[in-house]
Design a protein around this ligand. Structure first.
Ligand code: ATP
Ligand code: MG
Length: 204
């Protein structure tokens, strides 16, 4: 390329970037509200719970308090649980220990879920909690152990500046409709299927 041609490419790149910056700046200027955001992280890909706990760390970094409720007690040896339970600004509840899995005792599962939701409702009324994570809540909703309409009403009634993150596969449409931000994690590949067991720092 000649010097003139290089100059022309530079100029056209600069003009394009300038137009793009104007669009981005205008979008940033339009987003001028503060509010408690309801987020849903769903889909079959990896990264839902770890993203939610990443937001807990962000919140703590800003001096906020955070609450975590785990609906399905998968494993108790995750790094996030070990680390975040040690933080004085975090309240951590495990609510799913009593589930029977097989529908052998639906009434008992419902009861366990209801008892768990009572704990969550208290967090959703506590304006000192800037962020609340409801980890794997979608499973409880999918199985019908909690009434979706009641859950949505409690979420709606929370303090106006409280953020809530809900994780789990198969989030119900009504929950996604109520949310402000919804991300669907897509499973492209996962090391587990190639025979790699769960790794500390990555999977737990
Ligand atoms: P993470 O906690 O790593 O963010 P997640 O919350 O998106 O994962 P879950 O369905 O809750 O996913 O499963 C948690 C565990 O299962 C983690 O150890 C994760 O690495 C693993 N996992 C998540 N998605 C997949 C998948 N598509 N295939 C195999 N294992 C998975
Ligand atoms: Mg998860």
């Amino acid at each position: 390329m000649s010097d003139d041609e290089v100059h022309e490419v530079d100029e056209s790149h600069r003009a394009r970037m300038q137009r793009k910056k104007a669009v981005v700046d205008a979008a940033i200027a339009r987003a001028d509200q503060d509010k408690g955001v309801l987020l849903v992280l769903t889909g079959n890909g990896k990264g839902k719970s770890s993203s939610a706990f990443g937001m807990v760390v962000r919140a703590l970094g800003h001096g906020m308090r955070a609450g975590v409720a785990q609906f399905i007690k998968g494993r108790s040896d995750t790094g996030e649980e070990a680390f975040l339970r040690r933080q004085p600004e975090v309240v951590w509840h495990v609510l799913g220990e009593g589930f029977t899995w097989e529908t052998q005792n639906l009434a008992r599962d419902r009861e366990t879920a209801q008892r768990g939701w009572t704990v969550v409702r208290a967090m959703l009324r506590d304006s000192s909690l800037g962020l609340v994570v409801l980890d794997e809540l979608t499973y409880v909703l999918k199985r019908g152990w909690l009434d979706l309409a009641a859950v949505l009403a409690d979420l709606e009634a929370r303090p106006p500046m409280q953020h809530v993150v809900i994780t789990g596969r198969g989030a119900p449409q009504a929950l996604c409709d109520a949310a402000d931000t919804v991300s669907e994690l897509r499973d492209v590949k996962h090391a587990f299927r190639a025979g790699v067991r769960a790794q500390k720092g990555v999977d737990l």
